[in-house]
Each structure stands twice: as structure tokens, then as C-alpha cells.
Design a protein around this ligand. Structure first.
Ligand code: XMP
Length: 617
């Protein structure tokens, strides 16, 4: 049964207001002409017939489809709507030459389903134009305004009429009356919110920006893409500048896909290929110049360089576009949780660190202080943004895209020029307590980020190998970091059992060929996620490149990190055979080993957060 209301428009001054009120009550509505054909009308659950300036007897009286009244659907007639309802059922209308609307105190019959829970006298905005004279015999009068008919009803036919405007503020309990009609009489669920909110977002953009220019940096993620589509709806094409900075760490085809999806909206995205700039960029850390990004190994240094370079490239884009840096607005797809998180900076240093460079960079802060940042999604949560995106007509591939960190594949490539071996032998020995006939437990000479207590730690990953049930492996993954605090993460390594310590790595920094390796593996994983319809059930699936060759010199390894969470503060891996189909896992492993050159092993991350963060660094 439809959950939509049709507002049948008789030329009402307040038609839009009815629509707005109904949507505020979370009921989806369309405004349609009174002549709407029956097959269209049947798609709606109920009707409101609006007011209008004409008389039912007049030559100009709006034409209407008489079937409106014989479909058995609940109807609320407002002003002209009441008169039409009365007239159609055999009543008469008292004609006046002039109309005047004004506040009025009326008395109502509180037994009427339309007026339930209301006091017997009500302040309303009344229409002093035509009014019902003789009321149709099947109807009874339920409201009186100084001897004039203020309300009628035929509850059996679910038809109600009011001579006043329940939709305006001057009718103090108008919203209650509309609620009674929509929920008790028509039985709407009241679960529609997005369309009204879209309109509100559009109005907010127009009001904030006026005639100024707007720059939006498109990352390729859901948020900025939906933001672009909204801005496109709210602004004139010449006001909007969409820029996508390709830093060289995007996923396969990502930049092209975003450009294409938005072009179907008539929105042009300027793609700036800045990968050379990024690979060669440096930054000042602790008073000295860092190494180039392509040589950096420390995760924080990589993030810092990327964050700063973003700002530099964006500034240059503003200049290249001839935008006035003093009046141009910066638009951002900041979500409600982002704002909540950045407001709680002090409480959560992790959140702050994660968000610093893109939604809250120095440039952004500067502009925000000047009131020149426009953030139309700030009332939205991720799931709502997806609904809105869908509503705006964006394709599923974009709407269901999983979150992707601003620095992209750069922070999913674990960089190191030498193995991490701090207290290696001692820790390796301790781990052997978990070894069984079936399972080998190996300390991996890399550092990965974890959260233990209140802080981030940067320490070991452990690999399990051999044959075992996934549930046993998962138990070990829970147990090991609890006992051995130098371990942040536990993975299962597919393939042969690894029975001796691993103390060598393939030196790895951010070169184009290294990133290409990860990009290829990431693309395979994402194709399989789509194939098995796992994009929605798994919150995020980072694919990580590790500098581990396991005896195949020069090779590297891939870790698949499935993650299920609501808020990214905590979460669990998807267990193969449970939240993750075994065939999907096997297909990922086989295809990565076959199709990506130079991959020694594939691993499956079995760590919760805590102790292991979503990303590996
Ligand atoms: P962690 O790894 O802290 O990640 O559990 C939580 C969420 O934040 C994302 N993330 C980032 N997003 N820039 C971003 O824009 C970053 O530097 C960054 N680091 C982590 C991560 O993908 C996850 O969704």
C-alpha cells in the first residue's frame, strides 16, 4: 500500500506550505492538478484537496476528476476542498464576492477523528470567502465559526473538510489536525524524510552562497559526490567549480568514474593530475625538511606531506580558475559524525588525527572563521547521505562506495626499508605458546597501528598459517594481542605453513610501480565484493600492500582487511563462512596470486578494533 499523499491543487496560495508541513510529518507528498487521471490517483494512499481562489459555481472553477471522491481513499478538503467535497455530494455553497482570510476562534466537535485530542475551541486562520451553506446529507458539521460551517465530515467515507488552514502557523494546532488526518485516519507510517531534507539543503546552499562562487574538492567518496550533486541542483552552473585532485593514490578508474557520474548531471569536474607533485613533495616536520613522499616510510610523515600538498594544489587550482580567494566559498561534504568528531577533538586524539587534513585543514579553518565554508550535509549521517544520493539519481557504484581515506592507497602501502625487529626473538618465542600441530604462529617484521587503552601504538603483526577452522583462527586472533602486548594485529596467511621466523622484507616506498601493485589487488577485491553483493554488509575493506616476500625475493604480500562497524570507533572483521562467503575469499586469494605480478602471499586480517585500527597505518 502506497505511503504517498497527493495534494490536489485548486490554485492554493498555501499549497507549498501544505506540502512542507506534510513532509515535516515525514509523509511523502506530490502536488498534482485536480484533473489528475484516475490511474495516477490510484498510486496514492490519500488526498488533500487544497484551497483556491475560485468558487465552485464560477466559470473559472477548476476542472476536477470526479473519481477523486469514489476511490474510497481518505480525503481532507481544505477551504475550496471542503466546498468541492460538499458540492459534489449534493450540498450547496454560500457565495460571496470577496474573500478575506483572517485569524478566528472556532468551536469544534472533539469527538471527530480529525480533532481528536484537541480542545473544543481553536484559534485558526479562517477563509472568509465562500463557505458551505447546506451541508450534504451524508456529511455532518464538526466545526462552527460564528454560525458558518468551519468543518464537515463523513467518517465512513473517510472524508473530512475544514474551512480554515491547518497548514499555517496561525492555526495553532494545525499540525495536530494534519497528524490526525495522516496517521489516525489515513494510516501513514510517517517514515519519509529525505525529500524534504533535500529541499532544505538546497535552500541552505542558496541562502548561504547567494551569487558568490563555490569551489568543491571532490575526493571520489560518497560524501563529496552527493554534495556536488546537491550543489548542482542549488546553484547556477557558472557559480560551481568542481575540482578533483588525483594525487596518484586513487583506486583503479576512480577519478574517471567520478567525472563520468557527475557529467550525467551536467556537472563538469576538472581533474587535476597532480601525482608528480605529490610523489615529489616534502614537508617540514619538527623544524626540518622531510624526505620526498616517494622515499618516506613513516605513516605520519606520509599523511603530513599529502595533507599539505593537497592545500598547495587546491590553492593553485583557485588561482588557475581565476577565483577570488577573498569571496569564493569552499564547499565540503562534511557529515554530522565528522562534526561531532571534530568537536570532540580533545576527547579523541585519534579522531582528530584522522580527520585533520581534509575536512579541517588550516585552509578550511581560516575560511570557516570568515564564514565562507558551506557544508550542506552537516545534518546527515552516512546512511542518509546514501539515500539522498540515490534520490538525487547517483548510480549505485557511487552511492554504495565504501569510505576511502583521503591519502588513499598511500597509507595502505606499508613502507619500510628495513625489517622491524625490535625484541623480535623474545616476542617470537613467547608466541610459540600458541602454536599447535595444525597452526604455526609467526611474528611478521612490520609495524602496524593499533589502539590500546587510549593511545595509538605502532607495533607487530602476527601471521597464522596451516590448516584450521576459521573460528579457531579468530579465537587465536582475540587471544594473542591480549597476552602479548607488542602485537597489534593477527592475520591468517593462505598457502603453506610458515614454520620459521620471518626476518627479511622487500624494501618498499611509494613508487608508481608499488602503488600499481596494490591498485591491481584492490581492484580485484572490489570486483568480488560487488559480485557477492558485500559492499553494504561490510563497512569497509581496506586492501594493504606489505613488504613481506616470504622467501620470494623482491615480492610483496597483500592483506585483506574486512571490517564491520557502525561508527568506525570499534568494529570486527567479517568471519569467512559467516559474514564473508568462503567462495568470495577463495576467489580473492586465487585471483590476486594469479593476476598481480610479484605477490608472494595473501593474508586475511582477523583483528577487531581494538586492538587493530581499521587501516594498517
Ligand atoms: P582507523 O584506521 O583509525 O580508521 O580505524 C577509521 C576510519 O578513518 C579512515 N581513515 C582516514 N580517513 N584520512 C581520511 O580521510 C586519513 O588519513 C585516514 N586514516 C583513516 C579509515 O579509512 C576508516 O574509515
Amino acid at each position: 500500500m502506497s505511503q504517498k499523499l497527493a495534494i490536489l491543487d485548486a490554485g492554493a496560495q498555501y499549497g507549498k506550505v501544505i506540502d512542507r508541513r506534510v513532509r515535516e510529518l515525514k509523509v511523502e507528498s506530490d502536488i498534482l492538478p485536480l484533473t489528475t487521471p484516475t490511474h495516477e490517483l490510484k498510486k496514492y494512499r490519500a488526498f488533500i484537496i487544497s484551497g483556491g481562489p475560485e468558487s465552485v459555481y464560477g466559470e473559472q472553477a477548476p476542472k476536477y476528476n470526479p473519481e477523486i471522491f469514489s476511490l474510497g481513499k481518505p480525503i481532507l478538503g481544505i477551504c475550496y476542498g471542503l466546498q468541492l467535497m460538499n458540492y459534489v455530494h449534493g450540498g450547496t455553497v454560500l457565495k460571496k464576492n470577496k474573500r478575506e482570510d483572517g485569524p478566528c476562534r472556532i468551536t469544534i466537535n472533539a469527538d471527530s477523528p480529525l480533532f481528536q485530542n484537541l480542545a473544543p475551541t481553536q484559534d485558526v486562520l479562517m477563509t472568509h470567502g465562500d463557505s458551505a451553506d447546506q451541508v450534504a446529507t451524508s456529511f455532518k458539521v464538526t466545526g462552527d465559526s460564528d454560525g458558518l460551517v468551519a468543518a464537515i465530515e463523513n467518517p465512513k467515507k473517510k472524508m473530512y473538510g475544514v474551512q480554515f488552514h491547518p497548514e499555517v502557523d496561525l492555526t495553532l494546532h494545525g499540525k495536530d489536525i494534519l497528524s490526525n488526518f495522516l496517521f489516525s485516519i489515513a494510516g501513514f507510517k510517517g517514515d519519509f524524510t529525505m525529500a524534504d531534507r533535500e529541499q532544505l539543503a538546497v535552500e541552505y546552499i542558496q541562502k548561504t552562497v547567494g551569487e558568490q562562487q563555490v569551489l568543491l574538492l571532490i575526493s571520489g567518496g560518497v560524501d563529496s559526490t552527493v554534495c556536488a550533486a546537491l550543489l548542482g541542483k542549488a546553484l547556477k552552473p557558472q557559480q560551481l567549480h568542481l575540482v578533483h585532485i588525483d594525487h596518484g593514490f586513487m583506486r583503479k578508474n576512480e577519478s574517471a568514474e567520478v567525472k563520468k557520474a557527475l557529467s550525467t548531471f551536467g556537472l563538469h569536474v576538472k581533474v587535476i593530475d597532480a601525482s608528480d607533485t605529490f610523489f615529489n613533495a616534502t614537508t617540514i616536520m619538527n623544524g626540518s625538511i622531510s624526505e620526498k613522499l616517494s622515499e618516506a616510510t613513516n605513516a605520519e610523515v606520509k599523511r603530513h606531506i599529502i595533507g599539505n600538498t593537497f592545500i598547495e594544489v587546491a590553492k593553485k587550482a583557485i588561482a588557475d580558475l581565476d577565483l577570488d580567494p577573498d569571496t569564493t566559498f569552499l564547499a565540503q561534504g562534511t557529515l554530522r559524525p565528522d562534526l561531532i568528531e571534530s568537536a570532540s577533538d580533545k576527547a579523541s586524539s585519534n579522531a582528530q588525527k584522522i580527520k585533520t587534513h581534509h575536512n579541517d585543514s588550516p585552509l578550511v579553518r581560516e575560511l570557516r572563521d570568515k564564514g565562507r565554508v558551506v557544508e550542506p550535509l552537516q545534518e546527515y549521517h552516512k546512511d542518509e547521505v546514501r539515500i539522498l544520493g540515490k534520490q538525487l539519481g547517483l548510480p549505485d557504484e557511487i552511492v554504495w562506495r565504501q569510505p576511502f581515506p583521503g591519502p588513499g592507497l598511500a597509507i595502505r602501502t606499508l613502507c619500510a626499508t628495513k625489517p622491524y625487529l625490535e625484541k623480535y626473538d623474545r616476542t617470537y618465542k613467547k608466541l610459540q605458546a600458541f602454536t599447535t600441530d595444525q597452526i604455526a604462529v609467526t611474528l611478521l617484521p612490520v609495524q602496524t597501528v593499533g589502539v590500546q587503552g587510549d593511545g595509538r601504538t605502532y607495533s607487530y603483526a602476527v601471521g597464522l598459517s596451516g590448516q584450521s577452522e576459521w573460528s579457531t583462527l579468530r579465537e587465536l586472533a582475540l587471544e594473542i594481542p591480549k597476552t602479548i602486548h607488542d602485537v597489534n594485529r593477527v592475520v591468517y596467511i593462505f598457502g603453506e605453513k610458515i614454520s620459521s621466523p620471518v626476518k627479511e622484507i622487500t624494501p618498499t616506498t611509494l613508487s608508481e610501480s608499488v602503488v600499481d601493485q596494490l591498485r591491481a589487488a584492490d581492484s580485484i577485491v572490489n570486483q568480488i565484493l560487488l559480485k557477492y553483493d558485500l559492499m553494504r554488509s561490510l563497512s569497509q575493506v581496506p586492501v594493504i600492500l606489505l613488504p613481506l616476500h616470504f622467501g620470494h625475493e623482491g615480492a610483496r604480500s597483500i592483506a585483506i582487511r574486512t571490517f564491520i562497524t557502525n561508527d568506525f570507533m570499534t568494529g570486527v572483521p567479517a568471519l569467512p563462512g559467516k559474514e564473508m562467503p568462503l567462495e568470495a575469499v577463495n576467489e580473492m586469494v586465487t585471483r590476486i596470486l594469479e593476476e598481480v605480478p610479484g605477490i608472494a602471499r595473501v593474508m586475511y586480517d582477523l583483528t577487531s578494533k581494538p586492538p587493530g585500527t581499521t587501516e594498517w597505518e
